[in-house]
Ligand binder design. Structure first.
Ligand code: SF4
Length: 192
């Protein structure tokens, strides 16, 4: 039996991430990402990489965003288009339970796109130039319970196909490391 786990793009490729300036946060996330990957590889878990919806829309020099900015029909439809081929792969794996076990999806908590349990919200919009309330606007960003926009769309796509129960969603989150590590530690005998 092969174990298949869907992972957010930057869990395998951190080059896609927006540039982060909080060194402590960056180190904690990177340390957990490595622990997770070492566990997954040593347990023979197969990793199916999702697309990065932000890199494929805004590129490497994008600003950091909050999920409110992506909560619009255009970004949602971009996510759907990118997720459709992934969803077809999930359906095919689930159609062969004698060969494959889909463990779930690992997102990135705090991300406006890929957060599972937590995402980042705030009242961000408009130009920077000539703005007098910029510090206040930046401070309005905060981490809240809820999905990022791509995970929200993924969740809707699972529901539409009646597959929600079969694909649990979990977020990589440095403050709650056991969540992601437990995904690999499910009964994985014979996974190779
Ligand atoms: S959008 Fe998702 S995949 Fe892309 S960098 Fe952010 S968390 Fe990672």
């Amino acid at each position: 039996m092969q174990k298949v786990l869907l992972v957010a793009h930057c869990i395998l490729n951190i080059s896609s991430k927006v540039i982060l300036y909080n060194e402590e946060e960056k180190r904690a996330e990177e340390s957990l990402r490595r622990r997770f990957l070492q566990t997954a590889i040593s347990d023979g878990v197969q990793l199916l990489q999702l697309p990065c919806p932000e890199f494929t829309l805004y590129g490497a020099n994008r600003w950091g965003h909050v999920s409110d900015q992506f909560d619009n029909p255009f970004f949602r439809s971009h996510c759907r288009r990118q997720l459709e081929p992934i969803m077809q792969q999930v359906e095919e794996y689930l159609a062969h339970p004698e060969r494959f076990e889909v463990l779930g999806l690992l997102g990135v908590d705090g991300s406006p796109s890929c957060g599972v349990d937590y995402t980042c919200r705030g009242k961000w919009y408009g130009s920077f130039e000539g703005r007098h309330d910029l510090p206040k606007a930046l401070q309005s960003a905060h981490c809240v319970k809820g999905h990022g926009i791509m995970i929200d769309e993924f969740s809707h796509m699972l529901q539409e196909r009646g597959l929600s129960e079969q694909v649990p969603l979990i977020g990589l989150y440095a403050k709650e490391p056991e969540k992601c590590l437990s995904l690999c530690r499910k009964d994985h005998e014979g996974s190779l």
